[in-house]
Design a protein around this ligand. Structure first.
Ligand code: 4G4
Length: 224
C-alpha cells in the first residue's frame, strides 16, 4: 500500500520511522510519503493560511497550496483521498479493515480551523474522525489511521504478532492475560490457565470477555 500525507508539519511524522511501521516500509509492504503543503505556496513568505470570509476567530488553510500539493501526487485521481476532521465519520476497526484493502491512500491534515471547503468539495472522498474530541491538527489522527491500517496489511506483522487480536473480535473486549512468573507481589495466575485443559481455558476466556464487555462497553453488546 502507498500512503501520501499532506501536512504543514512533516516533522510530526518522524515517529513512523520506528518499530513495526519502519520495518514494513523497508520490506516494501508499505510506502509512506510525507508532503509539505508549504512547498506549494505561491506566496513570497510561503503563507498557507488566511482569515475566514464572514468573519469570526481563527485562520483557515488556503485552497491553492493544498490543491497543488494534492494534484502533484502521481495517481491521485485513483487514490482514496481522506480528510482527518472532527466532523468526519468515526473511525473503528471495521473502517480500518475497509481502508486496508485500498492500494493508495492520501491523507490531508488540517490545522488552525481546518481547510477551505472548496478543497473538500473538489478533492476529498471521505472525512474521518478518530473520536469525539478536538485536537490542534489532523496529524495525530492521520498517524493513528496509518498505524491501524498498516498492521492489517499482509506481511506487515511478523510471525509472533497477530493481526487477529481478541479485542473487537466478535465485538467483545479481550480477556485478561498473564505471563511468567506464576506469582507476582502475592497475586497468582488464575488456576484454569495452568491446568492445560484447552476447552476449559477457552470457556474461561469467553466468560471473562463477556463479563468485561457487559460492564465496560454495553454498546458493543447492543451491536451484536
Ligand atoms: C479539520 C477541521 C481531527 C481539522 C478542524 C482533526 C480532531 C480530529 C482540524 C480542525 C482535528 C479527530 C482544528 C478543530 C484539526 N481534531 N477527532 N483537528 N480543528 O479526528
Amino acid at each position: 500500500m502507498k500512503i501520501d500525507v499532506l501536512t504543514l508539519f512533516p516533522n510530526m511524522f518522524e515517529p513512523l520511522k520506528e518499530s513495526i511501521i519502519s520495518r514494513a516500509t523497508k520490506t516494501q509492504k508499505l510506502e509512506i510519503n510525507v508532503i509539505n503543503i508549504r512547498d506549494f505556496s505561491k506566496d513570497k513568505h510561503k503563507k498557507c493560511d488566511d482569515y475566514t470570509f464572514g468573519g469570526g476567530p481563527g485562520m483557515l488553510m488556503m485552497a491553492q497550496p493544498i490543491y497543488d500539493a494534492m494534484t502533484s501526487i502521481d495517481g491521485y485521481k485513483d487514490a482514496l483521498k481522506i480528510y482527518l476532521s472532527p466532523k468526519g465519520k468515526t473511525f473503528n476497526q471495521t473502517e480500518s479493515k475497509r481502508l486496508s484493502k485500498h492500494n493508495h491512500l492520501i491523507l490531508l491534515c488540517g490545522h488552525y480551523e481546518g481547510v477551505d471547503q472548496r478543497v473538500i468539495d473538489l478533492l476529498i472522498d471521505e472525512e474521518i474522525s478518530i473520536g469525539d474530541y478536538v485536537l490542534t491538527g489532523g496529524e495525530l489522527p492521520a498517524m493513528v489511521l496509518i498505524d491501524s491500517v498498516s498492521r492489517l496489511i499482509d506481511g506487515v506483522l511478523g510471525g509472533d504478532e497477530s493481526a487477529e487480536i481478541e479485542t473487537f473480535k466478535d465485538n467483545l473486549l479481550e480477556y485478561p492475560q498473564y505471563t511468567k512468573p506464576r506469582e507476582f507481589m502475592g497475586l497468582s495466575v488464575p488456576e484454569v490457565l495452568i491446568s492445560g485443559d484447552h476447552a476449559k481455558v477457552d470457556k474461561w476466556r469467553r466468560e471473562q470477555s463477556e463479563k468485561l464487555t457487559r460492564e465496560r462497553r454495553p454498546d458493543l453488546i447492543d451491536k451484536k
